[in-house]
Ligand binder design. Structure first.
Ligand code: SF4
Ligand code: SF4
Length: 86
């Protein structure tokens, strides 16, 4: 995505920005003690956490930048951050 100074991007171009390429750590959604509070999906700055089914969440690796906010805020420590294997 080329941005020209002063340029205006068309709608939806953030989908082309695969922020997952920035990642040094990745979350692991353990899906063991989840209480379905949805905090991970709410707090994720990339909006890339999704609900699979009751008490099961995961993330889209194309957009997860590994910030760790979901793991930090999970009230039951059901998300771990691990080093990304590249
Ligand atoms: S690590 Fe950050 S970007 Fe990735 S899913 Fe968690 S909150 Fe979202
Ligand atoms: S923050 Fe933790 S407990 Fe809440 S929905 Fe996400 S994984 Fe489940």
């Amino acid at each position: 995505m080329k941005i020209i100074q002063g340029g205006i991007l068309t709608a939806g171009t953030s989908l082309q920005n695969h922020t997952g390429s920035w990642r040094n750590y990745r979350p692991v959604y353990l899906q063991k003690t989840c209480i379905d509070c949805k905090m991970c999906a709410t707090i994720c700055p990339e909006g890339c956490v999704f609900r699979i089914s009751e008490k099961k969440f995961n993330f889209d690796p194309n957009y997860c930048k590994g910030c760790g906010m979901c793991a930090e805020e999970c009230p039951v420590d059901d998300i771990e951050m691990v080093i990304e294997e590249k």
